[in-house]
Design a binder for this molecule. Structure first.
Ligand code: WQD
Length: 343
């Protein structure tokens, strides 16, 4: 099948392209490379031995996108492109409404123009805000606590709310929990151009001596050891969930259109201290840390109920925390070697 992947040079998008190519799909990537690198496209081709049709286009470039859709009849779109930093979204909300909401509306409009009806949207567990309890299932209330989360909610609402405009579309909204890890080859990983926000990139900076110690944002939460608990999922499992979703869109015997939201996580929550401890043990590294104040906007704990994703997609996460910590460090080590070689 012809699959268009927006943001396919990014962390999750690039891993998904590998699995789509391995499954025999023809993959086209559009990415403006604002927070990713062309290296990822080369490495996808290196890993799979297959060609990617790559176009450096911004989704806001209506003419560029129109030319692309004129050139090829896509069977489905997997939409990753967007900004993903919670803290940046608080400082620059308009950027998030443009990059994440307006660009998605333009994409949806051009899909309708070319009658493309299968869409997987990269949403986020942050749409739940501070959950009233855990585990979280898809019927939990939606609460946007920051512009990043609000941007994801707005796109979900647009897809669900305007469903009458395109009643025969088949849409899956994937609400990711916390993606970490890297491709087993060490060639693909979480490599944002901007300052990383997330826990694992910071741990990797300490492990590679780029930072002296990790700041642990608070140890007074009502959790097992006082530090924040999250549902970390290996990026390869997460990209697997996209391939399972695509198979569902293309083969499901649901006759009419549909729009399903699915939580994608492992169903297990780990605290910050557990992540540090596992990383140290599996990689034989020391990760010094200092407990500092809570980060504004952080929630206490979040992990998912996996029942619906397992039942609908016949998918579940296979890799454990040891794999996530081992593969993350392997990626960082090969990135350090690459940088040393290039300098
Ligand atoms: C995890 C835990 C922090 C950094 C992100 C974003 C978004 C989403 C994934 C897709 C928390 C603690 C972190 C540090 C720390 N992706 N921490 N020191 O907060 O769940 O949010 O989830 O939508 O990227 O919403 O992930 O990795 O930032 O933090 O103590 O230097 O690690 O307090 O408890 P989070 P995170």
């Amino acid at each position: 099948m012809n699959i268009l992947v927006t943001g396919g040079a990014g962390f999750i998008g690039s891993h998904c392209c590998v699995q789509l190519l391995d499954e025999g799909h023809d993959v086209t990537v559009v990415d403006n490379l604002s927070n990713s690198s062309i290296e990822a496209i080369y490495n996808i081709e290196l890993i799979t031995g297959k060609k990617i049709n790559f176009f450096e286009i911004d989704l806001l470039d209506e003419e560029g996108m129109n030319n692309l859709f004129q050139s090829k009849k896509f069977d489905a779109v997997i939409h990753f492109a967007g900004s993903k930093s919670v803290s940046e979204s608080v400082d620059f909300p308009l950027k998030y409404y443009f990059n994440n909401v307006y660009s998605s509306i333009l994409l949806i409009r051009i899909m309708a123009k070319y009658d493309i009806k299968n869409l997987i949207f990269s949403s986020s567990a942050t749409v739940y805000g501070e959950p009233s309890s855990v585990p979280i299932n898809e019927s939990f209330p939606i609460k946007g606590m920051n512009p990043y989360a609000i941007s994801k909610i707005k796109v979900e609402e647009h897809l669900r709310g305007n469903f009458h405009e395109y009643p025969d579309w088949r849409i899956i909204l994937l609400r990711y929990f916390n993606p970490i890890g890297a491709h087993k080859s060490g060639l693909l990983g979480d490599n944002p151009n901007d300052k990383p926000n997330n826990l694992m990139p910071f741990i990797l900076k300490v492990a590679s001596m780029e930072e002296e110690y990790l700041e642990v944002f608070g140890n007074d939460y009502e959790t097992k050891d006082g530090t924040g608990v999250r549902d970390y999922i290996h990026v390869s499992d997460l990209s697997d969930a996209h391939v399972s979703s695509l198979n569902y869109l293309l083969s499901s015997d649901e006759k009419s259109g549909f729009c399903h939201a699915l939580n994608i996580g492992t169903g297990r929550g780990y605290s910050v201290l557990e992540i540090i401890e596992t990383f140290e043990k599996i990689n034989n590294k020391n990760i010094p840390y200092k407990v500092v104040d809570r980060r504004p906007g952080d929630i206490s704990q979040s992990f998912t109920d996996t029942e619906l994703s397992q039942r609908m997609l016949k998918w579940s996460a296979k890799k454990d925390l040891n794999d996530m910590c081992k593969d993350s460090w392997k990626w960082k080590q090969s990135e350090m070697k690459r940088k040393k070689y290039e300098s």
